[in-house]
Ligand binder design. Structure first.
Ligand code: SF4
Ligand code: SF4
Length: 145
C-alpha cells in the first residue's frame, strides 16, 4: 500500500512545475524592503557626521570637499556593511536610504566593494589620489523608497 502511494507521488511530481527557480538563469526581484545598497542624496547632506559615528562597522566616510557650500563625497564598503540601517534611521536630513539594489555583489578584491557617492568631478579627484582600481562610483543617487 505504501509503495503504491509513493509511486503515485512520484508520477504526479513528474507533471508538476518545480518549486525552485532556475537561478542564476532566471532572476526574480528581491522584496521591496530587502536591505542592500545604500542611496545617498548629496543635496540633503549637511556633513553632520552622525552616520559616521553610528555605523557599527565604521565603513561610512564623509569626505568634505567644501563645507561652506555643503559639498561632500560619501563612501562606504558594501562588503563591510551589515545592513543594520542604523545610518538611515539616524540621518536627520533624509540623505541616506536603503535600497534593494545590488544585492548580488561579487568582486575580486575588497576594493571592488568600495562605493563612492557625490559629484563625479570630486570622486574622480579622490580616486586619482587613492590606489583603489576596483572602486565603484555613484554620482549623487537621488532618494529611492
Ligand atoms: S548622510 Fe546624514 S548623517 Fe551622514 S553626514 Fe550627511 S546629513 Fe549627516
Ligand atoms: S547599514 Fe549599518 S553597517 Fe551598513 S553603512 Fe549603514 S550603519 Fe554602517
Amino acid at each position: 500500500m505504501k509503495l503504491i502511494g509513493m509511486l503515485s507521488d512520484v508520477v504526479s511530481a513528474l507533471f508538476k512545475r518545480p518549486a525552485t527557480t532556475k537561478y542564476p538563469y532566471v532572476k526574480t526581484d528581491p522584496p521591496e524592503r530587502y536591505r542592500a545598497k545604500l542611496a545617498y542624496t548629496a543635496s540633503n547632506c549637511t556633513g553632520c557626521m552622525q552616520c559616521v559615528r553610528d555605523c557599527p562597522t565604521r565603513t561610512i566616510k564623509i569626505i568634505v570637499v567644501d563645507r561652506k557650500t555643503k559639498q561632500f563625497v560619501m563612501t562606504y564598503n558594501i562588503g563591510e556593511c551589515v545592513y543594520c540601517k542604523q545610518c538611515v534611521y539616524n540621518c536627520k536630513f533624509d540623505a541616506l536610504h536603503m535600497t534593494n539594489k545590488m544585492w548580488e555583489s561579487a568582486a575580486g578584491s575588497k576594493g571592488g566593494f568600495q562605493m563612492y557617492y557625490g559629484k563625479k568631478e570630486y570622486i574622480d579627484r579622490i580616486l586619482a589620489e587613492t590606489t583603489n582600481p576596483g572602486a565603484q562610483a555613484a554620482v549623487s543617487e537621488e532618494k529611492q523608497s
